[in-house]
Design a protein around this ligand. Structure first.
Ligand SMILES: Cc1cc2nc3c(=O)[nH]c(=O)nc-3n(C[C@H](O)[C@H](O)[C@H](O)COP(=O)(O)O)c2cc1C
Length: 325
């Protein structure tokens, strides 16, 4: 399938794997890219420019297809070495970057000069327009359904995507709640040029996470996510578990007085314990409502081939039938 997104990134299918903390290692990115999508290494999980450079080199050994790196800008006191990470990306010859969090204006000139294409992840139309105005090549429009940080506007993709289509000139992919061929066709119908998936890609054979994480996603329904850190205006959609329910209880008790320190035990440093060790009650980890649509653990190639075949069937059979009627 050819879209403005496949053309922009030089990929076969309009499917991107969003950056994911402690999931987006070389194994994940290479598996998605080898299957014809755009795999993404998560820069901040590696943390230092040296480790990111090693991970990029490892990924290049595993695929000769294009892949990208996610750079998430966090409101943190001990900021990572962003200039060093940018240099590692450019020196590593990576040609695609997914930015997220804050406005990426400061790093854009470096990527532009190096011919790196930038797709910025946004949870609102106004942020998407801002990304377009500062020179981003594309936007990943992340609806309220998404795993991770949906922002504070709570607009689901059924509204957000057509709104983005009405306003944007640069191409965008639909993100949040995407799982199958139906998601892809619906995204295209609403004006997107492809889709971005997070949670769905964790439940694949190649995802370098503990089997417990994959099984938890398969077992979960669409009712099993919770929104945490809302009072801090840093809302995150996570899978429910004992630690998350405890966190929500603390939020309820503290009300408007909640501070980050009150919930630090449930959110800080929990990713390695969950993703690597499989301790599923260690704390809050991002997961989308789309878990309700996930009931198997295929390879990335099986998943992407299935999505493309299903999309084709919907477009040429199901939708064509309505046209004829
Ligand atoms: C476990 C997990 C970790 C994530 N970590 C990041 C991250 O570090 N940076 C980022 O920009 N997005 C992150 N995301 C968001 C994804 O890139 C993607 O936008 C989101 O998962 C899309 O929604 P979906 O899960 O419904 O597909 C994460 C998502 C998950 C599920």
């Amino acid at each position: 399938m050819k879209t403005r997104i496949t053309e922009l990134f030089g990929i076969e299918h309009p499917i991107i794997q969003g950056g994911m903390h402690y999931v987006g290692f070389a194994e994940m990115a290479a598996a998605v890219s080898n299957a014809g999508g755009l795999g993404i290494i998560t820069g901040l999980t590696l943390g230092t420019p040296e480790k990111l450079a090693d991970e990029i080199a490892k990924c290049k050994d595993m695929t000769d297809k294009p892949f990208g790196v996610n750079l998430t800008f966090l409101p943190t006191v001990n900021a990572p070495d962003y200039p060093g990470l940018v240099k590692a990306i450019i020196d590593g010859g990576v040609k695609a970057v997914e930015t997220a969090g804050n406005n990426p204006a400061q790093v854009l000139p470096f990527f532009k000069d190096a011919g790196v294409k930038v797709i910025h992840k946004c949870t609102s139309v106004r942020h998407s327009l801002k990304a377009q105005s500062i020179g981003c090549d594309a936007v990943s429009v992340d609806g309220f359904e998404c795993g991770g940080h949906p922002g504070e506007d709570d607009i689901p993709n059924m509204i957000l995507l057509p709104r983005a289509a009405d306003e944007l000139e640069i191409p965008f992919v639909a993100s949040g709640g995407m799982a199958d061929g139906r998601s892809l066709v619906a995204s295209l119908a609403m004006g997107a040029e492809g889709m971005n998936m997070g949670t769905r890609f964790i439940a694949t054979k190649e995802a370098p996470v503990h089997e417990n994480v994959k099984k938890a996603i398969v077992a979960a329904s669409e009712l099993d996510t919770r929104l945490v850190m809302r009072p801090l205006r840093n809302t995150e959609r996570v899978m429910t578990n004992d630690a998350v329910e405890e966190l929500l209880q603390i939020e309820k008790e503290k009300g408007a007085d909640l501070e980050f320190e009150d919930i630090i035990e449930q959110v800080a440093g929990v990713y390695p314990r969950i993703m690597t060790e499989g301790d599923m009650d260690a704390g809050a980890w991002s997961c989308g409502m789309v878990a309700g649509l996930i009931d198997d653990i295929p390879t990335c190639k099986e998943l992407i081939d299935r999505i493309m075949a299903e999309a084709k069937e919907i477009i040429t059979q199901r939708l064509a039938r309505f046209q004829g009627a």
